[in-house]
Design a protein around this ligand. Structure first.
Ligand code: HEC
Ligand code: HEC
Length: 89
């Protein structure tokens, strides 16, 4: 009986250590969870227009603009847009 308990404790302790290691690995290098296929940078479509002269993105793509962006974009800085959306060459 007693031996059975210590086996269980050893297994549970081992699993906790592994979970902790995974947790720290994700905290230290979050990019291991980023798969290229699902990254927003890859999924974001290119602009059908230039960046120059169109710097005030939210003037046209704000929720009441002529071509509103998805609602989850709300409040994002104009300078952030080109991190994901490529300008027309
Ligand atoms: C003068 C208004 C204007 C400004 C400023 C502007 N855009 Fe646009 N944008 C448009 C219009 C109009 C379209 C749609 C063109 C079309 O459908 O042919 C468009 C299309 C897009 C699209 C593609 C949308 C789709 O449905 O495929 C993206 C992405 C985009 N713009 C990003 C940006 C970013 C990022 C900025 C800032 C650097 C920006 N735009 C600034 C007018 C603007
Ligand atoms: C973190 C990356 C990221 C940033 C930063 C970003 N976008 Fe997007 N954007 C996306 C993705 C991904 C989509 C595709 C729709 C979705 O999944 O929400 C999208 C969709 C759009 C669309 C609609 C195009 C379509 O194909 O339907 C417009 C317009 C747009 N973004 C404009 C902007 C503007 C303007 C900014 C700056 C305020 C911006 N985006 C910043 C990732 C981004």
């Amino acid at each position: 009986m007693r031996q059975w308990y210590s086996t269980q404790i050893a297994i549970i302790t081992g699993m906790l250590i592994i979970l902790l290691l995974i947790g720290f690995a994700v905290i230290q290098s979050p990019e291991i969870l980023e798969f290229p296929e699902t990254s927003p940078v890859v999924r974001a479509g290119a602009m059908p227009h230039a960046v120059q002269g169109y710097e005030r993105c939210d003037a046209c793509h704000g929720i009441d603009g002529i071509k509103p962006y998805p609602i989850r974009h709300l409040g994002w800085d104009n300078r952030s847009c080109i991190k994901c959306h490529l300008g027309y060459p």
